[in-house]
Design a protein around this ligand. Structure first.
Ligand SMILES: C[S@@+](CC[C@H](N)C(=O)[O-])C[C@H]1O[C@@H](n2cnc3c(N)ncnc32)[C@H](O)[C@@H]1O
Length: 267
């Protein structure tokens, strides 16, 4: 239910959260384009490590404004991006023109990919904590099955989620402020988590920046499930994936644990 707080619109709905955040999404990073390139290098190395060299047709099904999609395209992959947030897709199309990258973007819910994109991809990726917006096992399963349906036999799924095993162990209450100074424009990003149950929390995402002499403040709200790695591993198996491998930040240089798994042939 949307509410007004200090003139900033909030909502606990995932779609509304991203619709309002899309215009400012890049402000969460010191240098979003450098972030894209870094994500692309890490994900491409993982994909090529598991599937061999080659171009690889990749579907990024939670592409947002294109952080991983552009990075993977820069690494030479043939990438298509989908996301259920129309504002993010519109922004991604603009960024593609600015970056002169040939990536096609389309609006689609990752639980219903079969009606939106053709099958046969070598890789489907869904990165930076998109999946844990689904709070129930049944919803997660339907999303994973939908992603599997777009893969060729032996195709690879690549997911990244926050390190919730650690967050739960440490009774996490949010993310400490990160500060950047870009072209004289200061920015601050932090999170406060309100736990609603032992495994679901309401994320209060704060984004502040100084424009000229004025501070702009945004407060966005959305729910997340603190999804443990063993839970996601079990769900991947139930959705028809095998050879599940976790790749931790110390090994990959990515900011979150990544998991890869292979689509078992149907039947
Ligand atoms: C934290 S953002 C990450 C976006 C992008 N991967 C990146 O790193 O810039 C999560 C993304 O998941 C998308 N998303 C969440 N639920 C979705 C769903 N059911 N279907 C498609 N996209 C979804 C959101 O719109 C958002 O763009």
């Amino acid at each position: 239910v949307p509410v007004e707080l200090n003139g900033t619109r909030q909502s606990a709905s995932t779609l509304e959260f991203y619709e309002t955040l899309a215009g400012d999404y890049d402000k969460q990073f010191a240098d979003w384009r450098a972030e894209c390139a870094h994500h692309g290098r890490v994900l491409s190395a993982l994909v090529r490590g598991r599937q061999g060299q080659g171009r690889g047709r990749i579907l990024d099904c939670a592409c947002g404004i294109g952080t991983q999609a552009f990075g993977l395209a820069l690494e030479g992959h043939d990438v298509q991006g989908t996301d259920f947030c129309a504002a993010a897709i519109e922004r991604a199309r603009h960024e593609a023109l600015a970056l002169e990258l040939d990536v096609e973007f389309r609006v689609a819910d990752f639980r219903e990919l079969d009606s939106a994109v053709p099958a046969g991809f070598d890789v489907v990726c869904c990165c930076d904590n998109a999946l844990p917006h689904l709070l129930e096992d049944a919803e997660l399963l339907s999303a994973l099955r939908s992603m599997r349906s777009r893969l060729r036999a032996d195709g690879l799924i690549v997911l990244s989620i926050r390190d919730y095993d650690r967050a739960l162990e440490e009774h996490g209450t949010g993310a400490v402020p990160k500060m950047f100074e870009i072209d004289g424009m200061a920015r601050v990003v932090f999170q406060v988590w309100d736990w609603r149950s032992p495994s679901v929390y309401r994320l209060n995402h704060f984004l502040m920046w100084r424009e000229a002499a004025r501070w702009e403040t945004r407060h966005y709200v959305v729910d997340y499930r603190a999804l443990r790695r063993r839970e996601l591993t079990a769900l991947l198996a139930r959705a028809g994936f095998g050879d599940v491998r976790w790749h931790m930040p110390g090994e990959t240089g990515f900011h979150q644990p990544l998991v890869t798994a292979v689509a078992r042939p149907a039947g």
